[in-house]
Design a protein around this ligand. Structure first.
Ligand code: UDP
Length: 194
């Protein structure tokens, strides 16, 4: 079920159901786009219709934050619980380690994605890292980066370029990358790398 909040259709799923839906995306092998919708993003989307279209085109939109959960309840269409980017990243990574899904971490300052990958492997032994790359690549380096991601064949692509840039980037490249599940994660790699 979708809940409409200020023009954005949010999936009324709890964390476990969100992980299961993502597992279906990965099983399908077709590209899917997950947006964890926080209040700032929804606010910006009120003024930039490009962002509202992006949310409308996503395969899964989660309520990222208590503000969104609260607003849905007040609007009379409750969602079960908040599903934030960093929490979903951790749940999916834990599942990835068990299922053998390969993850690619893109974004943050040089060294951070690799450090976060090490921390995740420590936390979830057996986790397969398809690759990592920092988020300060030049426009002329983008083609190589896209090729690297494609060749590494990740099941999950996490993009930490800040919202909404990361969502715009995923939208622009997802079809070409053919990653079954891609999502923006804001500053999560900085938090995980510590
Ligand atoms: N970032 C990046 N490339 C850029 C701009 C930002 O990789 O050109 C990274 C930045 O280092 C940080 C993340 O994107 O790790 C953005 O974090 P922030 O908390 O600002 O994002 P938000 O949670 O607000 O979307």
């Amino acid at each position: 079920m979708k809940v409409n909040l200020l023009g954005a259709a949010i999936d009324a799923l709890d964390m476990q159901q969100t992980v299961e839906r993502t597992a279906e995306f990965i099983k399908s092998s077709k590209p899917h786009f997950i947006i964890t919708l926080n209040p700032e993003f929804l606010y910006q989307a009120q003024f930039q219709h490009r962002l509202l279209d992006l949310i409308g085109g996503a395969d899964l939109v989660t309520p990222d934050g208590v503000g969104i959960v609260w607003a849905c309840r007040v609007a009379g269409c409750p969602v079960p619980e908040r599903v934030t980017g960093i929490d979903l990243l951790l749940y999916l990574t834990e599942r990835a380690a068990r299922e053998g899904w390969r993850i690619f971490l893109l974004g943050s300052a040089p060294g951070v994605a690799a450090e976060a990958a090490d921390k995740l492997v420590e936390k979830y032994p057996g986790l397969q890292i398809a690759g990592t790359c920092h988020g300060y690549f030049k426009p002329e380096e983008e083609k190589d980066l896209l090729n690297r991601i494609k060749e590494s064949k990740p099941d999950l692509l996490f993009v930490a370029l800040g919202a909404p840039r990361q969502e715009l980037w995923i939208d622009a490249h997802l079809k070409d990358l053919k990653v079954p599940a891609a999502m923006g994660i804001g500053g999560s790699l900085d938090v995980i790398a510590g």
